[in-house]
Ligand binder design. Structure first.
Ligand code: IPM
Ligand code: MN
Length: 366
């Protein structure tokens, strides 16, 4: 297996280093051959190459680099975000650009409360918080359609179009039904949207969901408005199994999901193209203020590595990779109860110590 590694900015390289430490341990354990290549793509490089901090002036990642990335089995990403670069430049130039260029049409975000991890939800534990969000990842409000008219005048008009295609909606929904079947949990797939207001865009989602759903007779079809879904995340998270949702609402509800699973130190996600190259990342940002202090939590990045192994294994039907991914997740579950907190600087251990503990847990099990 060949993995392209983009450490990125801030604490990204530190957490990715811990993930790679665990990868080394698990590959020795189960006999997986792998090779990694580091890609120097970051805000620092953008600035060093003369990029304008206030406006995108040069590519953050070049077309040649994207073509190189296509040759890998998976991409392992740390974080993007730089305090000296205006919002939007790195997000659009790197993260969104890669998602679109590599057609990573699903953003898979498990919401799992690991043992020993504190949730802000009173009376809820790991048995209650265990579901997965399938966020559409290439269209909707993220598509970039829209524009200004009369900019800077009192008559200014700004539009941002929520563009949904039947093909894009259908492939995300199919992915969710297939995943729900594999999870073998409650066999409940919930579409989250806002059909009462987005009477065109989410009507397409609803019709497609119900139509495709007929092919999945073993799965219960369920619908929640997005505002109600936020309420249920807090009140009754145990209700959910698999959620499928448009890009923007998926972005928002998965930050809420990250909080109920213990915060940004824990939440991981995968940008998935089942027919191409997928990219796995901790959901949290580059955390500039913690950079270089050896205090950031690497658990999210290590969980992203577990997803990378499992999803790549699922895709190539490689049972060793799936086993490796499962082992990393079990090791994470063995380590979280020993940590004092999942917050940076309060874990009771340093970044590298947490990485060592997970690597040791991987090595020690049968
Ligand atoms: C995420 C992030 C990105 C998104 C930003 C950084 C563009 O919030 O991965 O959830 O909105 O998708
Ligand atoms: Mn987000």
């Amino acid at each position: 297996m060949r993995i392209a590694v983009i450490g990125g900015d801030g604490t990204g390289p530190e957490v990715v280093a811990e993930g790679l430490k665990v990868l080394k341990a698990v590959s020795q354990k189960v006999g997986v051959d792998y090779e990694t290549s580091q890609f120097d793509v970051s805000g620092d490089r953008y600035l060093a190459a003369g990029g304008d901090p206030n406006e995108a002036s040069i590519p953050v990642v070049s077309d040649e680099e994207i073509d190189k990335l296509r040759e890998y089995d998976a991409i392992y990403l740390g974080a993007v975000g730089h305090p000296d670069i205006a919002p939007g430049i790195l997000e659009k130039g790197l993260l969104l650009h890669l998602r679109f260029a590599l057609d990573q049409y699903v953003n898979l975000r498990p919401v799992t409360l690991y043992p020993g991890v504190a949730t802000p939800l009173a009376g809820k534990g790991p048995q209650d918080i265990d579901f997965v969000v399938v966020r559409e990842n290439t269209e909707g409000l993220y598509g970039g359609m829209g524009g200004f008219q009369y900019k800077g005048t009192p008559q200014e008009v700004a539009t941002q179009i929520m563009c949904n295609t039947r093909m894009g909606v259908e492939r995300a929904i199919r992915y969710a039904f297939e995943l729900c079947r594999r999870r073998d949990d409650k066999k409940l797939c919930t579409l989250v949207g806002k059909t009462n207001v987005l009477t065109y865009a989410h009507d397409l989602w609803y019709r497609t969901f119900m139509e495709i759903g007929r092919e999945y007779g073993d799965i219960k079809k369920d619908y929640n408005h997005v505002d109600a879904c936020c309420m249920w995340f807090v009140k009754n998270p145990e209700y959910y199994d698999t959620i499928v949702v448009c890009n923007m609402f998926g972005d928002i509800i998965t930050d809420l999901g990250a909080m109920i699973q213990g915060g940004m130190g824990v939440a991981a996600g995968g940008n998935i193209n089942p027919q191409g190259v997928s990219m796995f990342e901790p959901i949290g940002g580059s955390a500039p203020k913690y950079t270089g202090k050896n205090v950031i939590n690497p658990i999210a990045a290590i969980s992203a590595l577990a997803m990378l192994l499992r999803e790549t294994g699922n895709n190539t039907r490689d049972v060793k990779l799936i086993d490796a991914g499962d082992r990393v997740e079990s090791a994470v579950r063995a380590v979280t109860p020993k940590m004092k907190s999942q917050s940076a600087g309060r874990m009771g251990y340093s970044t590298t110590q947490v990485g060592d503990m997970v690597a040791a847990a991987v090595t020690e099990t049968n």
